[in-house]
Design a binder for this molecule. Structure first.
Ligand SMILES: Nc1ncnc2c1ncn2[C@@H]1O[C@H](COP(=O)(O)OP(=O)(O)O)[C@@H](O)[C@H]1O
Ligand SMILES: [Mg+2]
Length: 271
């Protein structure tokens, strides 16, 4: 089953230049797809189109077989969660608990169940000790983890991460990536669309879609996409460090092709 179908979608802010230009792709249910591309390539515009926050000029979007329209947008938004780039723009509550409660109230979850759900989802992202904290006092990584708890509590079937780690420091990035990997393992049939300009992050997904100036320029599994080194360089994207290292070592007759991380590479070289 398809979680998302984007068919020949175009959108322009100014009526002259297309920020999203005839984009088509599908995301199968339960898969993790990454969209990568430089700043200004149209990634956030695409996310906003999928959520119905902007209206398409051309094409069609289907979310779980439902055609996105003015009529269906509210229903579709119940199935789709989004974590945005800026951790500071994700909160409305005075405390983390209030914030999570607010989302659940909107969903008309009975008060008695609310407390339990809040604790359950705060625990999932390791934030249960911060429920009384003011969002402003949390680190960037903690804020994004809390935002993820808020999204998960809504039980979405598709979650979009729009550069959710790009404003975080390295430890914050690590925290959020860890949660993402746990979610993938734990929640059956959850579909993930991660928008990023971090190619290392994209290499964790089942499929990568590379966009440049509003158009798809490459699409495939990470291994397929990383074979197009020249094309990636042309649009200023670089290969992940591990792939570059493997290539450099292969030239020196070290075969580390089956190493999955830097530690395994080091072990093989030291053998
Ligand atoms: N609100 C807006 N009004 C006008 N132009 C916009 C707006 N938001 C984005 N753009 C333009 O649309 C293009 C795509 O932007 P965006 O989707 O934000 O890219 P990305 O998320 O890949 O960085 C860029 O040229 C950007 O300047
Ligand atoms: Mg963006």
């Amino acid at each position: 089953m398809k979680a998302l179908e984007v068919n020949n979608v175009s959108f322009s802010y100014d009526g002259k230049h297309d920020a999203v230009n005839q984009i088509s792709f599908d995301v199968l249910k339960g898969k993790h797809v990454s969209i990568i591309g430089h700043n200004g390539s149209g990634k956030s515009t695409l996310a906003k189109l999928i959520l119905g926050l902007l209206n398409l000029n051309h094409g069609e979007i289907k979310v779980f077989d439902e055609v996105l329209s003015e009529k269906s947008v509210q229903k579709i938004r119940q199935d789709v969660g989004i974590v945005f780039q800026n951790p500071d723009n994700q909160f409305i509550g005075a405390t983390l608990e209030d914030d999570l409660a607010f989302g659940l109230e909107n969903r008309q979850v009975p008060r008695e169940e609310m407390k339990q759900i809040i604790i359950e989802f705060a625990r999932k992202v390791g934030m249960e000790d911060f429920l009384n904290s003011e969002p402003a006092n949390l680190s960037g990584g903690q804020k994004q983890r809390a935002a993820i708890a808020g999204v998960l509590a809504m039980k979405p079937k598709l979650i979009i991460f729009d550069e959710a780690t790009s404003m975080l420091d390295p430890s914050g990035k690590k925290e959020v990536k860890k949660i993402l990997l746990e979610m993938k393992k734990e929640i059956k049939d959850l579909t993930l669309l991660t928008i990023t300009h971090d190619i290392e992050e994209a290499s964790l997904s089942d499929e990568i879609i590379v966009i440049h100036q509003g158009q798809i320029v490459l699409k495939g599994t990470p291994i397929e996409v990383f074979q197009h080194e020249d094309k990636l360089k042309e649009i200023d994207l670089d290969l992940p460090f591990l792939i570059k290292l493997k290539k450099a070592l292969a030239k020196r007759d070290f075969d580390v092709s089956d190493a999955n991380n830097l530690e395994e590479v080091a072990k093989k070289i030291c053998q």
